[in-house]
Write a protein that binds this ligand. Structure first.
Ligand code: GDP
Ligand code: MG
Length: 351
């Protein structure tokens, strides 16, 4: 998948987007990310690069830059666009030997790709990528948007204020709207991905193709009578949880987490304390809840509700039982966690 300059030019010219604004936005983005940025790209559904900016130079949208960057991301792009065309795409990360990629859906037509050096930290970049993608989506829609990427709160600046340390992943989108990084812990096969899909798009599939790297989805929780909205940015780790480096990035700076076990598999229940310890040691102030999933399989149940409740009590967590298959209690599980977040961040912040 390598496109000639003429093909690229055609794609660019066929678009009626505000190119100047797009370029200004990419420049702002580059400035905020700094030296670890190798390139940024905006890619359409077919995997064609629509706009690109190299980290090192200021020669954006030149065909050779686009060509070079396309070659760089080509192996990854094929997979990204496959995911993208399947519809269930939000935001994700992907690592190769030499680069780290962050890709964010930017409206229905485009994906915003960030290419970082292999030593870069993904977590601090993610809020910027997320914000830039939202702005790109607006530019494509022809809506008014400022190309300025504001400086977001970073860990360094907030070190002295303990509570504020937790705000790294919390992007205040509008007043009363909060975004939190949510992660899932628990053994493979307990239903973590199924729970997320049930919650985010109210669907259940018996056979999920594994997502590339980490798949990231967003979903809002509203509460009647409350002005505050909680937006979860849910990070779902695919099958590579055995890699320590991936797991560290995944777990770090999370503000909310769900510990899941399968009520029909004792081993998944027994390993939860280890998950609890690892998550807490990585994100010490994370809000967690405990979930026993697959309660629709009544005949196969081997972990009783009492056992689940006792563990929750021991770890000082709220407990709920769910079925991602029937949907029972799935929304309530996420809402329970959202309420904890509101209590903790929204109300305490106003004090
Ligand atoms: P993960 O590895 O924890 O992400 O687990 P998955 O979400 O991939 O689910 C593993 C398997 O369990 C899949 O075949 C799902 O269809 C199935 N599964 C997930 N949740 C439920 C549930 O609530 N009830 C039943 N019966 N099966 C489920
Ligand atoms: Mg999964």
């Amino acid at each position: 998948m390598y496109y000639t300059c003429i093909e690229i030019r055609k794609v660019i010219e066929s678009m009626s987007v505000d190119r100047k604004k797009l370029e200004a936005l990419l420049k702002w983005y580059k400035q905020e990310i700094g030296e670890n940025l190798i390139a940024t790209l905006i890619v359409n559904r077919e995997g064609l690069v629509m706009s690109a900016l190299k980290g090192a130079e200021d020669t954006e949208v030149e065909e050779d830059v686009i060509g070079g960057v396309s070659a760089l991301v080509e192996p990854v792009l094929t997979r990204i666009t496959e995911e993208f065309s399947s519809g269930s795409f939000g935001t994700g990360t992907f690592d190769t030997e030499d680069q780290r990629f962050i890709f964010c859906e930017a409206g229905p037509e485009a994906i915003f790709v960030t290419v970082l050096t292999s030593v870069a930290m993904v977590d601090p970049v993610f809020p910027y990528a997320y914000l830039a993608a939202e702005k790109i989506a607006r530019i494509f829609d022809g809506r008014t948007v400022s190309p300025v990427i504001p400086k977001l709160v970073t860990e360094k600046e907030t070190k002295n204020i303990e509570r504020k340390l937790d705000t790294l992943q919390k992007i205040k989108v509008q007043s009363g709207e909060y975004a939190f990084k949510l992660i899932l812990g628990g053994e493979g096969g307990v239903g973590k991905t199924s729970m997320v899909h049930r919650f985010v798009e109210d669907s259940f599939q018996t056979d999920y193709k594994s997502t590339i790297g980490t798949s990231i989805m967003k979903k809002e929780c509203d509460f009647q009578g409350l002005e505050s909205k909680v937006r979860f940015v849910i990070w779902d780790l695919a099958g590579q949880a055995q890699f320590k480096r991936v797991r560290q990035t995944y777990l770090s700076n999370a503000e909310a987490g769900i510990l899941v076990y399968d009520v029909t598999r004792k081993d998944t229940f027994e390993s939860l304390e280890n998950w609890f310890k690892e998550i807490r040691s990585t994100s010490s102030s994370i809000s967690l809840i405990l979930v026993g999933n697959k309660i629709d399989l009544e005949d196969n149940r081997v972990v009783s509700s009492n056992e689940g409740e006792s563990l929750a009590e021991k770890l000082n967590l709220s407990y709920i039982e769910t079925s991602a298959k029937t949907g029972e209690n799935i929304n309530d599980a996420f809402k329970m966690l959202a309420l904890q977040m509101i209590k903790r961040y929204v109300f305490t912040e106003e004090v």
